[in-house]
Design a protein around this ligand. Structure first.
Ligand SMILES: Cc1cc2nc3c(=O)[nH]c(=O)nc-3n(C[C@H](O)[C@H](O)[C@H](O)COP(=O)(O)O)c2cc1C
Length: 293
């Protein structure tokens, strides 16, 4: 269901007629009529709050406007380019976790970062599943492992590989075949009692959203990435988990167990925990593949 918002209200006596609210509205809700802003297409409001946030005299009233003020004109954004770039570079995938729980307060703050992520049409359609119990995480681990056992046993057999390539495409089967030596190695690790899937993390986060919405994948990815950055600032390490994401979408039992509705897809997953090691150095990435036009 698409969320609907009550449209903004204009306090006409206060409106100075600057027109900024109408200019910034992405949904054509406001027009300038004479020297005043007027709500003319209220039913199209997506609740982004730009109108009220930009109004210099607080003549736009909308439920989404927060009490806090944004930085005043001329002030810098909350961080600098250098600080932001360093934050982005020093965030790394963390696969060694201390055996220490993360408090709900910290997890709520991490989710808060996801809540402020942008979403297509301001749908705010990202749903979170937070697993905090080691027995639940163990159950999910077992189910995910069982799913991949099944997948790789198919990949090993010619007929299974053929069926799988018809279902999922030839390239993915080639990729899975290349993974086979690693899979054997990982099996050995599991037999030794290690956890190469969730790295014994105390928390697992999954994000999901409606499949019909073409922006859902992006919405979820941005939200979970925001969460990972917030976690990093709080000393909590994260590692995205493509294996879980794929298993949640391709194994009905796992999807159901996670409480993901049938008309949703899982668009992101990650493990979280206090990190055991400190990274001493930054790493380089390959040059950006840019087509300057
Ligand atoms: C969509 C996605 C899926 C990932 N899946 C896994 C995974 O299942 N297991 C894992 O250990 N790391 C996973 N990673 C982490 C990547 O391996 C990691 O981001 C990459 O090697 C770069 O390292 P960095 O995150 O430390 O900068 C995933 C990352 C992304 C973005």
């Amino acid at each position: 269901m698409k969320r609907t918002y009550p449209p903004p209200e204009i306090v006409t006596e206060m409106c100075t007629g600057c027109g900024l609210c109408a200019e910034v509205c992405p949904s054509f809700v406001l027009d300038m009529v004479g020297t005043k802003a007027l709500v003319v297409r209220g039913e199209w409001c997506i609740g982004c709050g730009h109108c009220g946030a930009v109004c210099p005299v607080e003549a736009v009233v909308h439920e989404t406007i927060a009490d806090e003020r944004a930085p005043r004109p001329g002030r810098r954004p909350a961080t600098t380019a250098d600080t932001l770039l360093m934050l982005l570079r020093e965030r790394r995938s963390v696969r060694l976790y201390r055996n220490e729980p993360i408090s709900d307060e910290i997890l709520e703050q991490i989710i808060e970062a996801g809540r402020y992520a942008p979403t297509g049409s301001n749908s705010q359609n990202v749903h979170y599943v937070i697993l905090r119990s080691s027995s639940e995480i163990a159950s999910l681990r077992n189910m995910t492992m069982a799913f991949y056992e099944k997948v790789f046993s198919r990949v090993r057999k010619p007929i299974g590989a053929l069926l799988l390539s018809l279902l999922a495409g030839r390239r993915i089967v080639e990729y899975l075949r290349e993974l086979l030596p690693k899979v054997e190695y990982v099996k050995g690790l599991i037999e030794e009692g290690k956890d190469p899937l969730f790295y014994n993390a105390p928390v697992v986060m999954v994000v999901h959203a409606e499949s019909w919405d073409t922006c859902s994948a992006f919405n979820c990815a941005v939200a979970i990435y925001n969460c990972s950055l917030m976690a990093h600032t709080m000393g909590v390490g994260c590692c995205f988990n493509g294996y879980l994401m794929s298993a949640a979408n391709n194994d009905r039992k796992i999807k159901q167990w996670l409480g993901i509705p049938r008309d949703h897809r899982c668009f992101g997953a990650m493990t979280l925990g206090y990190q055991e090691v400190e990274f001493q150095r930054l790493v380089e990435r390959t040059p950006a593949k840019v087509s300057w036009r």
